[in-house]
Design a protein around this ligand. Structure first.
Ligand SMILES: [Zn+2]
Length: 381
């Protein structure tokens, strides 16, 4: 009889363990999740995009976008899919990222078809917003950006950006991409999928000044799914089969990226998402928050990393009071905090002597926003 009693006690302990594990499990699941994606079918309506012998870019991008959305909806329950367009309509470039920003999407995927004077060009490439380094990338950017000339008030909406002026691209390259690492991470998986699973030629991950990605406040990529100027690829991209292969490759890449990011953020204790700096820095932050009516605060981003960098690490080059924020699975490190733009520029100047690629970023009520928007809100532009 005592044996039964003892086993009953063990059983109670077992139940208790199961209970705690499940409760703890729930709290782990409350970590960062990718639950909204915006899929952007390039071009549309009066803008056909690149024109092939038989097809328009806008028709191919729409078909692939809808297929991609369906794969996500079907296979990744709990992920909300938002399209910038579902039919053959014209959507201004700035509105596309705006849709993603307004819906708090965590990923923005823009689908396009490439074109080149040389019909021999084939293959896929995935672009992220960044400093352009080659003529070919600049050409693609000019081609994709030229659509804004079809928009009524493009000068106002793009702050004087002229898609044909090289100076405009230099200005654009000065704006830092806050989500560069993650955009590159996703872009790389997309290209891996194209090469290894979809059997497409891999032209690599590239960076260019692409207006459609410019204002996205989340990791954002632009996928060139092939060349409409190459008759074989045009034919492939026009078929339901080709579109399905391309869409499923992007789908698998999105799923893998989602898993990687969520796994990365899953075991981060909530406390480390807050500041790990000393009281002095916290008080600066607090003062700035209460002082500013707009809720805007500027910081200098000095590092970002998939792995946590301990405070006092030599990577911070002796900078003290570095603030750590775990943002979407990536650790970001900031120095300084002020509501004054001129003050943060001074701080940036000092920091750049130690860390040359440090750059100014802006937050509104603790949420990362594009620098342009912040400057507009404080009346600097
Ligand atoms: Zn395009």
């Amino acid at each position: 009889m005592w044996i039964i009693k003892r086993y009953f006690t063990y059983f109670k302990i077992f139940i208790l363990i199961v209970f705690f594990v499940s409760v703890y499990g729930v709290s782990l699941n409350a970590q960062y999740k990718i639950n909204t994606v915006v899929i952007d079918a390039g071009h549309g309506g009066k803008d056909p995009g690149a024109i092939g012998k038989k097809a328009y870019e806008k028709d191919i991008t729409l078909k692939i976008a809808l297929k991609l959305g369906n794969y996500i909806k079907k296979n990744l329950k709990g992920v909300k899919v938002i399209y910038t367009r579902k039919t053959d309509v014209f959507v201004e470039l700035f509105k596309r990222a705006e849709i993603a920003n307004k819906n708090n999407a965590q990923v923005f995927i823009s689908i396009h078809v490439n074109s080149n004077e040389k019909s021999s060009y084939t293959g896929t490439s995935t672009y992220v917003m960044g400093v352009d380094k080659s003529d070919e990338n600049l050409e693609v950017a000019q081609l994709e950006n030229s659509v804004i000339l079809k928009e009524k008030s493009y000068k106002k909406n793009y702050k004087g950006f002229d898609p044909n002026s090289p100076e405009s691209y230099i200005t654009l390259s000065l704006l830092q991409n806050a989500h560069l690492e993650q955009s590159l991470q996703l872009a790389k998986i997309v290209q891996d999928q194209f090469r290894t699973r979809a059997g497409r030629k891999d032209r690599g991950v590239r960076q260019a000044g692409l207006v459609v990605l410019w204002n996205a406040t989340m990791p954002a990529i632009l996928v060139e799914t092939g060349f409409i100027s190459n008759p074989t690829e045009e034919k492939y991209l026009m078929t339901d089969y080709g579109q399905s292969i391309i869409a499923s490759a992007i789908f698998r890449a999105f799923r893998e990226y989602k898993n990687q990011i969520e796994k990365n953020s899953k075991y981060v204790p909530v406390s480390s998402q807050k500041t790990n700096t000393n009281k002095q820095n916290t008080s600066i932050n607090k003062a700035s928050y209460t002082k500013t009516e707009t809720g805007i605060i500027f910081r200098v981003q000095i590092r970002s990393s998939a792995n946590r960098i301990p405070s006092g690490s030599s990577e911070f080059k002796g900078l003290k009071n570095v603030k750590e924020i775990n943002y979407k699975g990536i650790y970001k490190y900031y120095y300084g905090a002020t509501d004054s733009f001129s003050e943060i520029l001074k701080i940036q100047e000092v920091v750049r002597k130690k860390i040359p690629d440090a750059f100014v970023v802006s937050f509104k009520n603790g949420k990362r926003i594009p620098l342009d928007q912040a400057l507009k809100e404080i009346g600097r532009r």
